[in-house]
Design a protein around this ligand. Structure first.
Ligand code: IPM
Ligand code: MN
Length: 360
């Protein structure tokens, strides 16, 4: 039996999580798993009511679960940064979810803004380091409000963080790279950095990358790209990529670009993974306040997050079944992936996916 903590969160979070749970239930019945869910109301509403974001006691409680499913964090009436840092980043850091796994996969029937690129070309995965870099909060401000104000925010990495992320990426590439999936001749891991300017941090990444590759993963092909060039190639030649590994900040930026090439935020899912601990899965689209409560938001990203959760929990078959169901729905049912233009309501989309899983 799996104990799943559910944090629906803000905006459209609860609506899409409801559909993800519907699909999880169908998959559980189909594949004989037991998932017990416990809901937590962390988010903007609770913060405004109580002043609490994600208390330390909740972190301790969350450690007792097998996984966490998160809807969205971000509320129009709460200043930017409070909920993001207080809930999302706090969970990632405190639970040491040091990998942010973000597949960039174009599903059949989905329109990509990239001309002449289809599911064969847009099919890679970004392994974003999730605990260091500009996200650590190291920095400060002085002479605030004066013309001489100084603001410093520091990119922080140690060898340990870099090595554990690289090892995950190499292992992921060995298991899920293009060769492993029968879609190419090589498993290729590309390091994305900026060694021409960030000559300390990405020098560390690059040395660690080649040392580990040489020593432990000689069968995996290695590539290096600067982050600016990566943005260009993600648009022009996405088929070049297999598995990408990068730091937290670049990973944040390039995965939004990746998401739009795979048909938008309605489809992009991510996993905040602690391979030795509790991982947290989320649609990466945010709370979309303007669509809240209308029943028009696309729940497929949340459903894909649930599928990813099952994969990490070791429920391969159930995970693949949900992915197959999503592919069927994008190919055969939805008119558009965008909120309000799907041709179905949020819950109808969830119903169709659940039904497909049940009928498999
Ligand atoms: C993401 C988001 C977060 C991040 C924000 C909300 C703190 O953009 O998950 O990509 O920067 O990691
Ligand atoms: Mn982001």
């Amino acid at each position: 039996m799996y104990k799943i903590a559910v944090i629906p969160g803000d905006g459209t979070g609860p609506e899409v999580i409801r559909e993800a749970l519907k699909v999880l239930k169908a998959a559980s019945e189909k594949f004989g798993m037991k998932c017990e869910t416990t809901e937590f109301d962390f988010g903007g509403e609770r913060y405004m009511r109580t002043g609490e974001t994600l208390p330390d006691s909740a972190i301790e409680e969350l450690r007792g679960f097998d996984a966490i499913l998160l809807g969205a964090i971000g509320h129009p009436d709460v200043a930017p940064g409070i909920l993001e840092k207080g809930i999302l980043l706090k969970a990632r850091f405190e639970l040491d979810q040091y990998i942010n796994l973000r597949p960039v996969r174009l599903y059949p029937g989905v329109d990509s803004p990239l001309k002449d690129k289809g599911p064969d070309e847009i099919d890679y995965c970004v392994v974003r380091e999730n605990t260091g870099d500009l996200y650590t909060g190291v920095g400060g401000v002085t002479m605030k409000g004066t013309p001489h104000e100084i603001a410093i925010q520091t990119a922080v990495y140690n060898r340990y963080q870099v090595d554990r992320c690289l090892r995950y990426a190499f292992e992921y590439c060995r298991k899920h790279g293009k060769k492993a999936r029968g879609r190419g001749e090589h498993n290729t891991l590309a390091l994305v950095g900026k060694t021409n300017v960030l000559t300390y941090v990405y020098d560390l990444w690059e040395r660690a990358f080649h040392e580990m590759g040489d020593r432990e993963f000689p069968g995996i092909r290695r590539e290096y790209y600067h982050v600016d060039a990566t943005c260009m190639w993600m648009v022009k030649n996405p088929e070049w990529f297999d598995v990408i590994v990068t730091g937290n900040m670049f990973g944040d930026i390039i995965t939004d670009l990746g998401a739009i090439t795979q048909g938008g935020m309605g489809l992009a899912a991510g996993g905040n993974i602690n391979p030795e601990g509790v991982s947290m899965f989320e649609p990466i689209g945010g709370s979309a306040p303007k669509y809240t409560g209308k029943g028009v938001i696309n729940p497929l990203a949340a459903i894909c997050a649930a599928s990813m959760m099952l994969e990490i929990l070791g429920e391969q078959e159930a995970s693949v079944a949900i992915e197959e169901a999503v592919k069927y729905i994008t190919a055969k049912k939805l008119k558009s992936m965008n909120a309000g233009r799907m041709g179905y309501s949020t819950s109808e989309v969830g119903d169709m996916v659940a039904q497909y899983v049940a009928d498999l």
